[in-house]
Design a protein around this ligand. Structure first.
Ligand SMILES: C=CC1=C(C)c2cc3[nH]c(cc4nc(cc5[nH]c(cc1n2)c(C)c5CCC(=O)O)C(CCC(=O)O)=C4C)c(C)c3C=C
Ligand SMILES: [Fe+2]
Ligand SMILES: [Fe+2]
Length: 356
């Protein structure tokens, strides 16, 4: 039989990284890759425009057909929104580190999780974070992990609730990178954790900590919004948010406090999930006479523009303007030790059978 491949060609075609037979191959490792949304590199016009363009061109986020949406986005929306959003980012920017709070907090969460898993498993694990939009990109971080020998990867989008626009697109991006690879690692994607007792307990504890003396009259659980149509088309986000509020109410056991669900950050002409937080807090002050109000945002694993600026500035103003007196913002769980313990436990459960 004709030998089609000369021996030197055969050597070249053998995978350079065939398991266990190459002295220069790194040892096989487990990768833990946490993912967040992403954030602009700076609040300046160009960086804001690049970030918003990538974000709002994602069909999981805005699902209109490109021929209709792109001219509107590139022409109208991206001529004004970068300035407006840039000013909002500037008001919360971490000047010392020259990055947005979302980046600072994700970095800290990653460092805490890395310390946790390296203490347990040493050099057999790698813990990294990536962003869906902007930097560090999913592609760059994933490739680095593969070069370091990660043949098994736990991929953990840091959103307690599943939405196509968040967890869905983070996973799409990961698999988009893997589509181009001859030899993919094994990947486990982490399930939503919005109803885990330890997550709910951490939320409840953060609410109690924010109210050492007096309780609010109303606790508003403000979740990032979505077009209502996405719910009708099967997105489970709305139902998962409602369940988090119910479980938080049960965990707190505060019978004298009304605990309600609202949605923020509506964008564009469609109806989004309601009630809208900015309107509801004003209504509570004006119509129901609520004077002591607190807001928590359980859909965010870290503080970001949507909490620090939108809730703690815009929504606070709306409440106070309508006659409200005391407004407490309950910070996200961020890198609180109880939160890191929850995230570590979720990851540990996804490592089952891979490492011990
Ligand atoms: C236009 C559609 C948008 C949908 C749908 C959407 C869903 C969604 N987003 C989050 C979490 C975050 N969003 C953040 C910022 C942000 N979101 C949108 C638009 C949609 N989000 C925009 C345009 C922006 C940028 C800021 C602005 O210009 O208003 C952030 C914060 C990022 C940061 O840098 O701090 C987070 C986090 C969820 C959970 C969600 C659906 C469930
Ligand atoms: Fe968003
Ligand atoms: Fe917003």
């Amino acid at each position: 039989m004709k030998d089609f491949v000369s021996s030197s060609d055969a050597a070249a075609q053998r995978p350079a990284h065939a398991p266990g037979d190459h002295p220069k191959l790194p040892p096989e490792r487990i990768g833990i890759l946490i993912a967040n949304l992403g954030t602009p590199d700076s609040p300046g016009y160009r960086d804001m425009r690049r970030y918003l363009s990538e974000f709002l061109s994602d069909k999981r986020v805005v699902d209109y057909s490109a021929w209709l949406w792109q001219p509107l986005l590139q022409g109208v929306i991206l001529s004004r929104r970068p300035q407006k959003s840039g000013a909002a980012y500037r008001s919360i920017w971490n000047e010392e580190a020259n990055e947005s709070p979302l980046m600072t907090i994700t970095r800290r969460q990653n460092a805490a999780l890395r310390a946790h898993f390296e203490a347990l498993y040493g050099d057999r694990v790698r813990v990294e974070f990536c962003m869906r939009y902007g930097n560090p990109s999913t592609k760059d971080v994933l490739r680095k992990m593969e070069q370091e020998g990660c043949r098994k990867i736990v991929f953990f989008p840091l959103y307690p609730h599943y939405a196509g626009a968040t967890t869905g697109t983070a996973c799409d991006q990961l698999f988009r990178v893997l589509m181009k690879e001859k030899w993919q690692p094994s990947v486990r994607t982490v399930a939503p954790y919005y109803d885990r007792p330890d997550y709910i307990a951490a939320l409840a504890e953060s609410v109690r900590r924010a109210h050492p003396e007096t309780r609010p009259e109303v606790l508003v659980c403000s979740y990032h919004g979505l077009p209502q149509r996405y719910l009708r088309e099967g997105d489970p986000y709305h139902c998962q948010c409602a369940k988090t509020t119910r479980l938080l109410r049960e965990a707190l056991g505060w019978d004298d406090v009304r605990i309600v669900t609202t949605f923020q950050s509506q964008f564009g002409p469609e109806e989004w999930l309601q009630p809208y937080t900015v309107e509801e807090v004003a209504r509570l002050a004006k119509e129901d006479g609520v004077r002591r109000l607190s807001v928590i945002s359980p859909a965010f694993s870290s503080d970001c523009i949507e909490t620090l600026e939108e809730i703690n500035e815009e929504i606070r103003e709306s409440y106070e303007h309508a006659g409200g007196e005391s407004f407490t913002y309950v910070p996200c769980l961020n890198d609180d030790p109880e939160h890191i313990a929850v995230l570590a436990q979720v990851i540990e459960e996804n490592l089952g059978g891979w490492i011990g």
